[in-house]
Design a protein around this ligand. Structure first.
Ligand SMILES: Nc1nc2c(ncn2[C@@H]2O[C@H](COP(=O)(O)OP(=O)(O)O)[C@@H](O)[C@H]2O)c(=O)[nH]1
Ligand SMILES: [Mg+2]
Length: 204
């Protein structure tokens, strides 16, 4: 599969700004510093698309990219970078506006084919579990990506992935993907899952 184009469309700070186009969407969510920007860059083979390592918690916008690829099912889609949650030292005013923005996005997008929830391979937090539970309660079946697995020793990996399955209550083997933005591990699997979601959607 080739990636033909990656275009930044917009940064949305209010639901009225969400794109009105009919393209399918894939959304990425996770707590600040989980490795979301790095993962998006690695997935799209871009170096600095979603800026890595900005001050944690500063990215409170819903950032929309339009991607075109050689894949039949994903020839055109929106990749949506959702604001990170879980940073304590963000001003309350900012926190109060970003929760509702995230919520109105996740509740309202009819062309959203898959939500990808990122968790850090070294620590799954209460907030990750709460987010998982909430996503399910509103009808999503999140794909879990376990980030930074290059930091784990080989013998820790199997155990970690098993624990994450248990901790988030995910039985499906294919729904948890170990990923490293440094080595590119997991990239093909993640693309495969997204393609599958897009294909399923089209068959409906
Ligand atoms: N070793 C390793 N470090 C990573 C990986 N992904 C991200 N990081 C580091 O984790 C920190 C946060 O990454 P970033 O992508 O900005 O996280 P975000 O806040 O979720 O967008 C940065 O210092 C990255 O270099 C990874 O796959 N492996
Ligand atoms: Mg980021």
């Amino acid at each position: 599969m080739k990636i033909f184009a990656v275009e930044f469309i917009k940064s949305c700070l209010a639901p009225e700004q969400f794109p009105s186009g009919a393209l399918q969407e894939v959304a990425f969510v996770g707590r600040s510093n989980v490795g979301k920007s790095s993962l998006i860059n690695s997935l799209l083979n871009r170096r600095d698309l979603a800026k890595v390592s900005r001050t944690p918690g500063k990215t409170q916008a819903v950032n929309v990219f339009q991607i075109s690829t050689s894949d039949l099912h994903l020839s055109q889609f929106y990749l949506v970078d959702l604001p990170g949650y879980g940073f304590a030292n963000v001003p309350k005013t900012v926190r109060n506006q970003w929760g509702p923005l995230l919520e109105s996005y996740l509740l309202g997008r009819t062309a959203l084919i898959r939500v990808v929830l990122l968790v850090d391979s070294r620590v799954v937090t209460d907030q990750d579990r709460q987010t998982m539970a909430w996503l399910r309660s509103i009808g999503h079946d999140p794909l879990i990506v376990v980030t930074k697995v290059d930091k784990l020793k080989t013998n820790e990996r199997v155990r970690t992935v098993r624990q994450i399955h248990q901790s988030l209550g995910v039985a499906d083997e294919d729904a948890v993907i170990p990923y490293s933005s440094m080595t590119g591990e997991g990239r093909d699997r993640l693309w495969g899952s997204l393609r599958e979601a897009a294909g399923r959607r089209r068959d409906v």
